[in-house]
Design a protein around this ligand. Structure first.
Ligand code: URA
Length: 243
């Protein structure tokens, strides 16, 4: 159960103050009864709410994609560095979004921001193996056997062996890399294990979801219902497990 003003503000119907004003005008109706108190608690699964005569599809979870720019931390807060949360508008900051998965500070590209804990967990859980596609540039010369080593499961520093992955060299010093897990600095460490040094890294895709190239670095938008369903299916969770 959550406060009706909080839910309606989260749904973009106005600031908390504006929702309070709507309640005062008698415009908010809960299960057929005019709401008198913006602090009334409602159950998004069961209760029916209309505002100014329009019935709403209630929800409390939100998922966005961001084109993360280099220079920002994939974190909710940090004492020293700017975080991706600081790129959100004030309205969207109120939703309690956090990054589901990480991109290094100097990396860019597709980052998922959500306030849906179970979904974030499913998306990032190592055993779910949601594919991620990266475009990279690197210095140095990769061993000729690099593609085969990636395909076999490459050993990286620290003694870890990665799941099989794909390396596709697209031009001198440039490649596409697909990984099926999310280890710390994974792509950089895999390339280093083959003799190269990553100088640029951009995530292009997570599972079925490509980065919307219409988003400039720093821009973001909410996922469509279709995108969200496809992403949830890719990590093996049902669309209705959270709302
Ligand atoms: N692998 C890396 O090394 N860095 C990233 O930001 C993402 C994947």
């Amino acid at each position: 159960m959550e406060r009706v003003d909080k839910i309606l503000a989260g749904m973009g119907l106005g600031s908390r103050k504006e929702i309070k004003a709507l309640v005062k005008q008698g415009a908010v109706v809960i299960n057929g009864v005019i709401c008198k108190d913006p602090g009334d608690k409602i159950d998004v699964e069961r209760d029916e709410v209309s505002v100014s005569g329009r019935m709403l599809r209630l929800r409390t979870t939100y998922t966005f994609m961001m084109h993360k720019p280099a220079g920002y931390l994939s974190a909710s807060r940090d004492d020293r560095d700017v975080t991706v949360i600081e790129l959100l508008s004030e309205e969207h900051r109120r939703l309690g979004l956090f990054p589901a998965g990480r991109l290094d500070k100097d990396s860019e590209g597709l980052l998922i921001l959500t306030n849906d804990g179970p979904f974030a967990h499913a998306l990032t859980a190592p055993r779910r193996h949601v594919d991620k596609l990266y475009e990279i540039r690197y210095d140095g010369v990769l061993r000729e056997s690099a593609e085969a080593e990636f395909a076999a499961g490459i050993a990286i520093d620290g003694g870890e062996t990665c799941l099989e992955a794909e390396l596709c060299r697209t031009a001198p010093g440039e490649a596409l890399v697909t990984v099926h897990e999310g280890r710390y600095h994974q792509v950089k460490r895999m390339i280093a294990a083959c003799g190269g040094e990553v100088t640029y890294l951009k995530r292009l895709r997570i599972g079925p979801l490509p980065l919307d190239e219409g988003l400039l670095p720093g821009e973001y938008r909410e996922l469509t219902d279709g995108e969200l369903s496809a992403l949830r299916a890719a990590c093996g969770i049902d669309r209705e497990e959270s709302r």
